[in-house]
Every structure is written in C-alpha cells, then in structure tokens.
Design a protein around this ligand. Structure first.
Ligand SMILES: *Cc1c(COP(=O)(O)O)cnc(C)c1O
Length: 370
C-alpha cells in the first residue's frame, strides 16, 4: 500500500500533510528568513508555558536525549549533586547521562506502575543537604505514568533546590505553567506532542539561573548557555541547524494553535486514550496501569497470556494492517505499548483496535473480554 502507516509510538509520530509539505524547501542557516522562523518558534514555545519575561527557550540539534544531556550539563555545576526520581526507563537514562557527565548522582527508586512520591522527595532533601538538583520525568514514557510535576516543584522550591524536568512526552499535551510551577530547566522536543518531525529538542531555562550557568558545561556542543548567548547576539544557531525540522516545527505549532492549543490537544489525546483502552478491553487486553496513573500519551498493555503470542509476529501482523505498535519497556512483565499521540483521532484509534483484533485472530489467539 502507498499510504503511510499510522505510528502508534511515542515519537516519531504521524504528522499532517501540511507539516510534511513544509519541508520541501531549502533554507540558508544564516539567512534572515530562516532566523525569523527560529525566532517565531522560540516565541511561540514560550507562549505555551507562559514563560515570556521569566524564562528563555534554547533549541538544540539532535534527538530529545541530547537536550536532556545539555540541560544537565548546562544547569548543574560540576560539583553539583543530582537526585533522580526513578520510576522507569527514561529516569534511568537521565541518571546514567548525568553520571557520565561527571556529576554526582543519587537515585531514589519507586515502583514503575505508580507516580513518584513528593513526600519521599521531601524526606530525601531533608536528610541529604548536599543535593543541589532534582530530576523528574513528567510523563514516564516507559510505562506511561504521569508524575506529579506541580507537587514535586513545590517541594524543590521549599528546599531551595534546582529542578530539571524531562517533559519530552508531555509538553504541549499536559498543562505546564511556568508562572506557577518553578523549574530551573524543562526539556521537550520537536517530534512529540507538538507533532513536528524529530531532530531537535528545546530547553526552557529560568532567567534567574541562566547567568549562573556560564562555564558549567564540560561539552562545547551541549552548552546551552553558549547556544543562548550566540542566538541572542546573532539570531542564528551556533552550529548547523536542522533547517527542515525547524520549518516543520513552525508549521506544526501553527496547527497546534489553530486546534486550540494545549487544552484541545489534551482533549484529543484523552479521547484517543479512552477509545483505545475501551476497544482493547473488548478484545480482552488489559492496561498495565491503574486509570488514575495513566497519562493519555502512551498505554502499556499486558501481552496476551496465550502460547501463540509473540511480539514480533504480532507487530508484523498489525503493520500489514497499517499500524505500527511499540514494544514494552518493563523488566518484569511481558507488555506492549500503544501511543495515543500524533496527528490522529478516535477514528484511527478504533481502526487500530480493529487491526489488533484481526492480528491476534490471525495468530490463533481468541479475542474476547477477560
Ligand atoms: C522520547 C523521550 C525522550 C527522548 O528520547 P530520544 O529518543 O532521545 O528522542 C526522553 N525522555 C522521555 C520521557 C521521552 O518520552
């Protein structure tokens, strides 16, 4: 078939034709026209978190993880001590990259089927005064849990600690208001809930901490303070920008605003998630998380407990029907994941459920409510 398959993954995502068409031109990286696109994107990103006047947003080339690494390298002094609130795979990645950049790291472990606990964080900060920064993953994409950003931010503020938020899979869908939620750095990327294409991240940095970040980074390419200074002076990216990704993001943000911004996007993803969970339930497939912990971003399902089940065969059978699923990322239970995000609606989610049902029946696995 010559239609693109629907990506039910946590990025890259299915994008609109308008976003794809935006990439059909060449842009000079130093040219005023392209600089205006970058400036417009940055300004509209600040609109989304209500950060004008209090925060800057610094874009960076690369996948989302590059920007997480850059945020830690830029915001945490070399003798800083980072506490990672760990309830899943992306938390572990943040801990690992922090350690690899030579910062002292401590981890507090939580179950992967529930949010991290602000009360436990409060205890940790009380007992270890050497901690300078806390890392929180807003939506832990590993299982799909929504973590309590506002409560964690309040605890950090009360203790006078820095907070670095990986909001990669939540930004533009879940509400984030920089006027009421205090963070030092918050990271997201082009190819997630803004529905752009992958290739760049961006980090919101609180203006009050930005000046103190000079010289923190041990990496030239990852130095967001330097990237910001250069951009402020010249309007240009320091090194070759991902021009096509930037113009696609500009077009994606225009559509985000037309749709009604974050509340509208959350409403669409919430409907997608409800359609998915309802339909999969009718096939006998149960979500891994309790409903109250589930972010409407990506849903982890228990794999069918049938001897004929095999993820690779299941994946191929769903792919032939036009839908790309995602493997599970849990260590203890056999699961698979289905994303609710991207330029798709309830209709596509219902079609995905139908495809999953057909795929299972083709494998000889009965589909009926448990
Ligand atoms: C997608 C994602 C990232 C970044 O992953 P990349 O593969 O580097 O783009 C980081 N954190 C979370 C929570 C994510 O969902």
């Amino acid at each position: 078939m010559d239609r693109d398959r629907i990506l039910l993954t946590p990025g890259p995502l299915t994008t609109t034709l308008r976003t794809k068409l935006a990439m059909l031109h060449d842009w000079g990286s130093w040219d005023a026209d392209f600089n205006a696109v970058t400036a417009g994107v940055r300004s509209r990103l600040l609109d989304i978190v209500h950060g004008h006047g209090t925060h800057v947003v610094v874009p960076l080339q690369g996948s989302g993880t590059f920007s997480v690494e850059a945020a830690v390298a830029t915001v945490v002094p070399r003798d800083g001590h980072v506490l990672v609130l760990d309830n899943g795979a992306y938390c572990k990645r943040a801990g690992k990259l922090t350690q690899m950049m030579g910062r002292r790291v401590s981890t507090v472990a939580f179950a992967e089927d529930a949010p991290v606990s602000p009360a436990v964080l409060d205890d940790q900060l009380r007992t270890d005064a050497s901690i300078t920064h806390v890392v929180l993953i807003h939506c832990e994409t590993g299982a799909g849990v929504e973590n309590p950003l506002a409560d964690v931010a309040a605890v950090c503020e009360r203790h006078g600690k820095g907070l670095i938020v990986d909001a990669m899979s939540s930004f533009a869908a879940l509400p984030i208001d920089a006027r009421t939620v205090r963070f030092d750095a918050l990271i997201a990327a082009s190819g997630k809930c803004l529905e752009g294409v992958p290739g760049m991240g961006f980090v919101f940095i609180r203006q009050a901490v930005l000046d103190g970040c000079a010289g923190n980074s041990q990496s030239l390419a990852m130095d967001l303070h330097d990237q910001h200074q250069y951009m402020a002076k010249t309007g240009q990216w320091r090194f070759t920008p991902p021009t096509h990704v930037v113009v696609a993001l500009a077009e994606a943000i225009t559509q985000f605003v037309e749709e009604g911004g974050q509340p509208a996007r959350l409403a669409r993803y919430t409907a997608n998630c409800a359609t998915l969970i309802e339909g999969m339930g009718q096939l006998g497939l149960q979500p891994f998380l309790k409903a109250e912990h589930q972010a409407p971003i990506i849903v982890t399902f228990h794999a069918p407990a049938h001897p004929a089940y095999d993820f690779q065969r299941f994946y191929q059978a769903a792919k032939r029907r036009g839908f790309m699923l995602y493997p599970g990322k849990l260590t203890t239970v056999d699961t698979f994941r289905v994303g609710c995000i991207g330029a798709i609606g309830s209709l596509e989610m219902q079609q995905a459920v139908n495809a999953v049902g057909e795929a299972l029946r083709e494998m000889g696995i009965p589909t009926a409510p448990a």
